[in-house]
Design a protein around this ligand. Structure first.
Ligand code: IYR
Length: 216
């Protein structure tokens, strides 16, 4: 064990920081109208470093991030994703599912997969591989990768970039295109960049505190 270097603030500072962070984060929106504006790779790398600070099962870091900026790879991903999405919107999604999606205005066209400067494919390592080639069990994989992805989205937004969590389903095609091993399960595809000048977002509201919480 080593001593924890906790950063202490006065309670007034803590109050201000909590509010400041909320003020920043409440402006985050998932966007679908991306511009082609380029973003330095270093920014993406630092946000991924933040993701890797996530608490995770047995400190096994059961995640892998693939950063995609190559136009050919992006095109391959778009073609494969749109194929799945065509099936999804035409037949696989239930009527109930399509009804709740309607206010978001989504469809099977995913041009942003080629327009945005980066796609980050997040993979969950379902199990590890030991030096002897045997399986190493991983713990709380979904929770860990979900938290890491949340931190990543938050870091990207705080840095000043926009993102979209995109989940073509099924998305096993990502293993093939991105040459990832079978024990890595695609978790989601994050689209990252700047919004187009006149980017539009659905007119939807967040919930109030009393709707999402209870106190004892
Ligand atoms: N994966 C599809 C459908 C979709 C599903 C949910 I749940 C959303 O919140 C948004 C979209 C798509 O990306 O269009």
């Amino acid at each position: 064990m080593i001593r924890y270097d906790f950063q202490e603030y006065t309670i007034e500072e803590v109050q201000r920081r909590a509010l400041d962070y909320y003020e920043i984060m409440k402006r985050r929106r998932s966007i679908r109208d991306f511009s082609e504006r380029q973003v330095p790779l270093e920014i993406i790398e630092n946000c991924i470093r933040t993701a890797d600070t996530a608490p995770n099962g047995a400190n096994q870091h059961p995640w892998h991030f693939v950063i995609i900026s190559d136009p050919q790879k992006k095109q391959q991903i778009r073609i494969a994703a749109e194929k799945e999405e065509q099936d999804f919107y035409a037949s696989r999604a239930s009527k109930e599912w399509l009804e709740v999606l309607a206010p978001l205005g989504t469809d099977e066209h995913k041009p942003f997969l080629e327009t945005a400067p980066y796609l980050i494919a997040v993979f969950a390592k379902v199990h590890g591989i030991g030096e002897d080639g045997k399986r190493v069990k991983h713990y709380y994989v979904n929770e860990s990768v979900g938290i890491a992805t949340g931190l990543l989205i938050s870091a990207l937004h705080y840095s000043g970039l926009a993102s979209l969590t995109h989940t073509p389903s099924p998305m096993r095609f990502l293993n093939k295109i991105l040459q990832r091993p079978e024990q890595e399960r695609p978790f989601l595809l994050l689209v990252v960049g700047y919004p187009e000048k006149d980017a539009k977002v659905p007119d939807i509201q967040r919930k109030s505190l009393h709707e999402i919480s209870t106190y004892f």
